[in-house]
Design a protein around this ligand. Structure first.
Ligand SMILES: Nc1ccn([C@@H]2O[C@H](COP(=O)(O)O)[C@@H](O)[C@H]2O)c(=O)n1
Ligand code: MG
Length: 289
């Protein structure tokens, strides 16, 4: 049905269940389908030529517009909070206030750096960020068949939009909910707009009042793509979900986190820098047979 599911990077706990969901997604048809995806480390790559690829936050933090002192502070925050974010032995309840603390401190520091709206395109083009292999096919297929792609990210919206724009795939079927910058009348960053989105509140609580709710509520077949346990709730705002296929990228601390990911995601992709599996499933669902 989907040859890409035979790849060595793919792990599935309940193969029959997965086959059943994919069949149902095809039966329900294109008009019922939407893709809900995380951005950083899901649509973007985790590894870039043997190093970590930057997240949308890292792109700003490491850029020439940030002072050396602030760069050091931002790195210290990353080294303190990132291990907490991915720790499989801490509960989400424990992690949430710490994530709010991390995001708030970073946004505060960034807001003191006089970042200009007009600098973002160059900051992105100099960053070395890469979308996953196969991104063009994914974005093109969804656009061609009018399937909405909802990107729900705890990263920086202005930066991730620019990444997609520079990759020439920012099509009209894409909606983004993320942390957006607020610029003053001279185009200088003053603060981040609310509500603050972090890894573990990607759910209804931050979607209330967005156009997304209205627009996509009739799309009851969902393919969800994420790389964090926090991404599993991204579809909670869709009423009466009929079929949902959850695909999780397990990028880091693979052995430690495998058990939790296999229990939560229908398909787990281990150290897989491609969108081949998602593309294979979409090809099967979208093409007439
Ligand atoms: N200061 C920060 C805060 C978070 N991150 C990473 O960003 C990712 C969140 O964005 P999603 O598109 O994945 O929702 C997540 O991987 C955090 O580790 C960061 O790099 N710097
Ligand atoms: Mg992510």
């Amino acid at each position: 049905m989907v040859p890409e599911l035979e790849s060595a990077t793919v792990r599935i706990l309940h193969p029959e269940r997965v086959t059943g969901i994919i069949r149902s997604l095809k039966e329900q048809g294109t008009s019922k389908l939407q893709v809900i995806s995380d951005f950083d480390m899901t649509l973007s790559r985790f590894g870039c030529n043997g190093r970590r690829c930057p997240t949308s936050h890292n792109i700003l933090n490491d850029s020439r517009v940030i002072s050396e002192d602030s760069k050091r502070k931002l790195k210290d925050l990353l080294h303190y909070y990132y291990p907490i974010e991915i720790d499989p032995n801490r509960t989400l309840e424990e992690k949430r206030p710490l994530m709010v603390e991390w995001w708030s401190r970073v946004h505060e520091l960034l807001s003191q750096q006089s970042i200009r709206k007009g600098d973002i395109a160059q900051i992105v083009s100099e960053s070395g960020v890469m979308l996953r292999d196969g991104f063009k096919e994914l974005f093109d297929q969804l656009h061609k068949y009018n399937v909405p792609l909802f990107i729900f990210s705890a990263g920086v919206g202005d930066v991730l939009e620019e990444i997609i724009r520079q990759a020439n795939v920012f099509y009209s079927n894409i909606n983004v909910v993320s942390n957006y910058m607020d610029f003053d009348e001279n185009g200088v960053l003053t603060r981040f707009k609310g509500p603050l989105i972090h890894t573990y509140n990607k759910n209804n609580s931050v979607l209330q009042g967005t156009e997304y709710f209205q627009e996509l509520s009739t799309r009851t077949s969902i393919i969800l793509l994420g790389d964090s346990m926090g991404d599993l709730t991204m579809a909670d705002g869709v009423p009466s979900v009929e079929n949902i296929l959850k695909i999780g990228f397990l990028n880091d601390k693979v052995e430690e986190r495998r058990g939790k990911y296999l229990g939560a995601y229908d398909i787990v992709l281990e150290r897989d820098e491609t969108l081949d599996v998602a593309n294979g499933i979409l090809r099967y669902i979208l093409t007439e047979t």
